[in-house]
Design a protein around this ligand. Structure first.
Ligand SMILES: Nc1nc2c(ncn2[C@@H]2O[C@H](COP(=O)(O)OP(=O)(O)OP(=O)(O)O)[C@@H](O)[C@H]2O)c(=O)[nH]1
Ligand SMILES: [Mg+2]
Length: 279
């Protein structure tokens, strides 16, 4: 098995679990990382969520570039999906989401079944599922008891009258291949042990060069001179003191530092991929 693959067993288990959970769900809120919407999407999921009301949230939008997020939103809307940018750090995003949920809730109320709108957050690791659930838990009116038909141990959180959220997120494994693994490693969606983080860090430097945003790297790592990605990487290792005992640059430590800096926002707002061109 190549370094980047997930264990197929856990993937199958996760998918089966999600299929079970979805039976009770009216609205699926799919979280994608706004910096890498393509790679943070799992195509298996689209099949599972067929026939369900479905909202795409481009999450952590405070870390992505606004104009790129707009391009991604219109891309999703062209494919017929409902999509919204979101950040837990922006009050107006929460209001927009609440407005959307209220509309859905009143549709349920006036519909045939007259029951609460039930929803779930789904997404790949580290995309922000728990943070969003917690945000709603704080707003929650009550925690409701277990309901039949749902895996034992799970609870519905009544976040508003007529609106219930499953307290356990749907976890999707990202699909990992040559295209998706660098951005997924950069945003922290796959554990360092499963990818070559040196490759991911070089890939990241290339993206900054390609977009003419080298100044964002210099901001964080002063004194960097121009060069190829590998040379820049070496300079970062040297200047940040990521060295082995013989004074050589410690590749693993340098790469880990860069990914940490990116994930912590120290390398600025940056979108890692663009939507496929429409023909
Ligand atoms: N900048 C930014 N960071 C966020 C946002 N939402 C969540 N995060 C951060 O993203 C990291 C991961 O969030 P979690 O909520 O733990 O993600 P998760 O999807 O539950 O992750 P797993 O449980 O590993 O699957 C945390 O450090 C959060 O603080 C956001 O809107 N903006
Ligand atoms: Mg979580």
């Amino acid at each position: 098995m190549s370094k980047g693959q997930w264990y197929p067993g856990s993937m199958t288990r996760a998918v089966n679990q999600l299929r079970e959970d979805l039976k009770a769900i009216d609205l699926v809120i799919e979280l994608l990382d706004a910096r890498t919407p393509y790679s943070s999407r799992n195509p298996v999921f689209s099949d599972l969520a067929e026939n369900k009301k479905h909202l795409v949230l481009l999450h952590k939008a405070d870390r992505a570039e606004n104009d790129s997020t707009e391009v991604w939103l219109s891309h999703f809307r062209k494919t017929g999906a409902e999509a919204m940018a979101f950040s837990v750090h922006r009050k107006q995003d929460l209001s927009r989401l609440m407005n959307y949920l209220n509309k859905e809730e009143s549709r349920m109320r006036s519909g045939r079944f007259k029951r609460p709108l039930r929803m779930i957050f789904v997404g790949i690791p580290n995309v922000g599922k728990s943070t969003l659930i917690n945000l709603f838990v704080h707003k929650a009116v009550t925690r409701t008891g277990n309901r039949p038909g749902i895996t034992r141990g799970k609870q519905w959180i009544r976040i508003m009258p007529g609106m219930e959220l499953l307290d356990t997120p749907g976890i999707l494994m990202p699909r990992i291949n040559e295209v998706t693994s660098p951005p997924l490693a950069v945003v922290g969606a796959i554990p360092a042990g499963r990818v070559d983080i040196h490759d991911a860090a070089l890939w990241l430097i290339e993206r900054y060069l390609e977009k003419g945003k080298y100044d964002l790297l210099i901001n964080k790592y002063p004194g960097l001179e121009a060069g190829e990605a590998e040379q820049i990487f070496e300079q970062i290792g040297l200047s940040q003191g990521c060295l082995q005992s013989e004074g050589k640059v410690d590749t693993e430590r340098t790469a880990a530092l860069m990914l940490r800096d990116f994930q912590g926002g120290a390398l600025g707002r940056f979108t890692l991929e663009s939507p496929p061109r429409q023909g």
